[in-house]
Design a protein around this ligand. Structure first.
Ligand code: MIG
Length: 670
């Protein structure tokens, strides 16, 4: 049962697909301290657990910290980072009176979940307005967490399903500059027989970082390269940035200016800020014509055989604006010649870095939002900031659907808000090569899944800083199970491709497991998307009456049948694993599986670096296939089962048709 309430003057966000009339009765949970500015308090029982909030730091249980939804480029994220790249305002309170609550707003919103007062949760927002949906379990719900999640997902619509090849291993690096670089990656993977489905192209493939261009000097024949790779079951995935370079003669820029497709300053002229291409304009994705126009541009690349993209910098990130730069220079100037005491010196040093992603800049431009009640239908960017990336994903998703009405295309984005989960996936932005960020991913993915972003994953091995061999191996072992499995790193870090380290056959074995599991992962993913379930969940979903399981923060349920206990500490020879019931332990080593029954309870499980261990639930089986060099080449008749059941059901299809019929695709595997 869902109740809808409205406070302030909400802006249309596009998050919700079901129509609800406003509930006339009193707010059913906690207390509305103030209708506007909106302030809601909820007293937490000691044992209440608060799941959700998607892409955010800290635990699966969000208690004990203060989070702010404000899409932000945060490459230096830590445990204390309040805002990440996404705005995922859904919470699932699990306790005596379980409920889900979704704050549908375009604006900044704060979640103080037992931080100011350990036993009080406060949610506040004061810009525009918010529609609040409170979801209670159905009367006959067998499992309240699953039930609430399904209701929420029905509210926001079915999650995006990428083509099957998108579940293959992707190799990326901000640093592949030429066709030759790409060929080298492919050659080295193939030489070592390490499976690979995609090579990801970062900003260097473009001419001067201009969207929808290809630098002919570096990639003389992208179409040819793409066709050549496809023959071998591989895809190229180019990046598209949010900012469009200001440059006379560049068609995208000129068309955008001519037709008024860019966000504008108060005086109606296009707003400029500096990003990778230099001064750039920002497409007004809220304006349907602008959205359609930008979406249609992807055809320039699909015409060259490209079938997948990633959208970056769409918070939008802004390194500087004309104004913030001037302000910074003026300030710096004022210190010139001064005898700086230590206090003034510390004011002075941060000035040059102060122009990044400034709130002041976000207040300097406007979007045309048709249907809004404001004069000229204009809304200032900061009020709807959290939707910008989401609507770019929508532009891409809708555009690609027009360009390719029958075949699914791959798209994943950095910034996001709930609603965009229908159009694309996400990666979780610029993490670093640290063990704490590996653990962070484990804790983050269940929330991300609850919020509908099933196609998701973090940069494997870590983006910033230099990885270590063991960190990359442990991270790949987790990545074996995440829908997006992408190794990505920054230009100034140690090379991070599997062949850059000794004994690459140990990497091969880990990635072979991904391909052995791929048909299962695809099946479980599609089932979760269609049924409104989470592909990755906290143990609480499967073992709600087992307090140990409910409070476990470093194990995951994957698909319907797998429990995963990743290793996330350096030099570990294994780890303690809590099993809520008897299970089958599968140890994958040297590209082969061995199984062993395990009893419920605590175990120290030995997990040498080159092995991957997972557990199959009681009475279930998981099919493993003969690994192949690409997803396309997997022999679908090569399955054997692990686990204690004699058969299992698997969903299969052609891997790309947009129409999906679960029942038709189900088959039994023995
Ligand atoms: O300011 O395109 O998150 O994955 O490699 C950095 C370069 C811009 C940020 C993305 C990262 C990508 C990088 N981009």
């Amino acid at each position: 049962m869902t109740n809808k309430f409205s406070f302030g003057a909400p802006v249309f966000t596009g998050a919700v697909v079901e129509k609800f009339s406003l509930c006339k009765s009193e707010f059913p949970v906690g207390k509305i301290e103030s209708e506007w500015p909106f302030t809601w308090n909820y007293n937490l029982e000691k044992t209440d657990i608060v799941f959700g909030l998607g892409e955010s730091v800290r635990g699966m249980n969000k208690r004990g910290f203060k989070y702010v939804s404000w899409c932000l480029d945060c490459p230096n994220q830590s445990e204390n980072t309040p805002s990440m790249y996404g705005a995922h305002n859904f919470l699932l309170v699990f306790g005596k009176n379980p409920f889900g609550i979704f704050f549908d707003t375009a604006s900044r919103i704060e979640f103080d979940i037992g931080w100011t007062d350990q036993d009080v949760m406060t949610v506040k927002t004061e810009d525009t307005g918010v529609e609040v949906y409170v979801i209670f379990p159905s009367d006959n719900a067998k499992n309240v967490l699953t039930d609430i999640t399904r209701q929420f997902r029905a509210l926001i619509g079915q999650s995006y399903i990428p083509p099957r090849w998108a579940f293959g291993y992707q190799q990326s690096r901000w640093g592949y500059k030429t066709e030759a670089d790409v060929r080298e990656v492919v050659r080295k993977y193939r030489e070592l027989n390490i499976p690979l489905d995609s090579v990801v192209l970062d900003i260097d493939y473009m001419t001067d970082y201009m969207d929808f261009t290809v630098d002919k000097e570096k990639f003389s024949d992208l179409k040819g390269l793409s066709a050549e790779l496809k023959k071998d079951g591989m895809h190229l995935i180019p990046i598209i940035d949010a900012g469009v370079k200001v440059k006379e003669g560049y068609d995208v820029y000129e068309e955008g200016v001519k037709n008024g497709y860019f966000a504008t300053k108060e005086d109606g002229t296009p707003y400029a800020a500096g990003v990778w291409p230099g001064r750039s304009h920002f497409t007004d994705f809220f304006n349907p014509q602008a959205r359609e126009w930008f979406g249609s541009k992807y055809k320039i690349l699909t015409d060259q055989g490209i079938e997948g993209f990633w959208n970056d910098m769409n918070e939008p990130a802004m390194f500087y604006s004309d104004d913030s730069l001037k302000e910074a220079f003026d300030k710096l100037e004022s210190y010139k010649g001064k005898n700086l005491d230590i206090q003034t010196f510390f004011e002075f040093t941060p000035i040059s870095g102060s122009t990044f992603n400034q709130l002041e800049d976000y207040k300097r431009f406007y979007h045309r939002v048709p249907g809004s009640s404001n004069p000229d239908e204009k809304i200032r960017h900061d009020k709807i900031h959290n939707l910008y990336g989401a609507w770019m994903t929508r532009a891409a998703g809708e555009g690609l659907e027009k360009i390719s009405p029958d075949k699914r295309m791959l798209i994943y984005s950095r910034a996001s808000a709930i609603g965009a989960h229908r159009y694309g996936g996400i990666w979780t932005g610029d993490n670093a090569s640290t063990w704490s960020h590996l653990l962070q991913e484990i804790k983050m993915l269940p929330g991300v899944n609850m919020c509908g972003f099933l196609y998701s994953g973090a940069d494997i091995g870590g983006f910033g800083d230099s990885t270590s061999r063991d960190l990359l191996m442990r991270w790949l072992a987790l990545g074996d199970f995440t829908p997006l499995m992408r190794n990505h790193s920054a230009w100034n870090t140690r090379l991070q491709e599997c062949y850059s380290f000794k004994n690459p056959e140990e990497f091969k074995s880990i990635i072979d497991l991904r391909y052995a599991l791929l048909p299962y992962i695809y099946s479980e993913f599609v089932k979760a998307a269609v049924n409104g379930d989470s592909y990755i969940r906290p143990l609480a979903f499967d073992y709600p009456n087992d307090r140990r399981a409910v409070c476990t923060e470093d194990e995951l349920m994957v698909g319907s049948d797998i429990l995963l206990a990743p290793v996330y500490t350096q030099n570990a020879e294994g780890r303690y694993v809590y099993l809520p019931e008897d299970m089958t332990m599968v140890t994958w080593s040297d590209s082969r599986a061995e199984q062993k029954p395990m009893s419920a309870g605590d175990h120290f499980v030995e997990i040498p670096l080159e092995t991957v261990v997972f557990f199959v639930k009681k009475g279930r089986a998981v099919p493993l296939f003969k690994s192949a060099l690409s997803s396309e080449q997997i022999d679908m008749n090569s399955a054997y089962l692990v686990g204690d059941a004699k058969s299992c059901e698997l969903y299969t299809d052609d891997g790309y048709s947009r129409k999906i019929n679960l029942n038709e695709g189900m088959r039994e595997i023995k």
